[in-house]
Design a protein around this ligand. Structure first.
Ligand code: GTP
Ligand code: MG
Length: 206
């Protein structure tokens, strides 16, 4: 049974289909980042996720496509025990914190530790300091996030789901780091699944 499971994961990776997970404290902005990336939308009153939600998005990167199968997990503590179901088979993860909330940064570090112990060994992990539009309420300095990410071998970027800052970029940077995705020296990305009338540009990162 275990071998069959690994075979499925291998096959999916080799088809450039990558299970992907978002982890982080309640209210950090996981669902908002996914909604921005997949649909180009933002909701001021995004409902708290119950259990987990599934989305997919395909990126066309030069001569290859990458399909992200995204599990947006719930940050509420009562759902913590479900998280391994989503991260164990994942090729990549974004751990999200809210730059206006230092508790969420502490929580993000706990997720990093948990993935280091129990995650998929080859997993590509990014750390996102979200709500970067709320500069006046900032409680976590960019340098703190950057230093922590560097110490732990994570890709780091500050994002805003509200203004769309660095949202496509973080997914693109992860896609570049996935096995069997070899972007050309002058890379560009197109979001194949996003409707043409989405609020944000569906291309980035040239
Ligand atoms: P759980 O599902 O409860 O784990 O939370 P979550 O991490 O999915 O957070 P969610 O996306 O639901 O966002 C929580 C609140 O923060 C919502 O009211 C969003 O509108 C708001 N929010 C999310 N991202 C941003 C952002 O980049 N900037 C600002 N200003 N608000 C944001
Ligand atoms: Mg959510």
């Amino acid at each position: 049974m275990i071998n069959v499971f690994y075979l499925i994961i291998e096959t999916r990776f080799s088809d450039n289909q990558f299970p992907f997970v978002l982890l982080g404290d309640v209210g950090a902005g996981k669902s908002s980042l996914v909604l921005r990336f997949v649909k180009g939308q933002f909701l001021e009153f995004q409902e708290s996720t119950i259990g987990a939600a599934f989305f997919s998005q395909t990126l066309a990167m030069n001569d290859t496509t990458v399909k992200f199968e995204i599990w947006d997990t719930a940050g509420q503590e009562r759902y913590h025990s479900l998280a391994p179901m989503y991260y164990r088979g994942a090729a990549a993860a974004i751990i999200v914190y809210d730059i206006t909330n230092s508790v969420s940064f502490t929580r993000a570090k706990k997720w990093v530790q948990e993935l280091q112990v129990q995650g998929n060994p080859g997993m590509v992990v990014a750390l996102a300091g979200n709500k970067a539009d709320l500069l006046e309420q900032r409680r976590v300095n960019t340098e703190e996030g950057q230093a922590y990410a560097q110490e732990n071998g994570l890709f780091f970027i500050e994002t805003s789901a509200k203004t769309a800052t660095n949202v496509n970029e973080i997914f693109y940077e992860i896609a570049k780091r996935l096995p069997s995705v070899q972007p050309l020296p002058n890379p560009g990305m197109v979001l194949v699944d996003r409707p043409a009338h989405g609020a944000a540009s569906a291309t980035c990162c040239s």
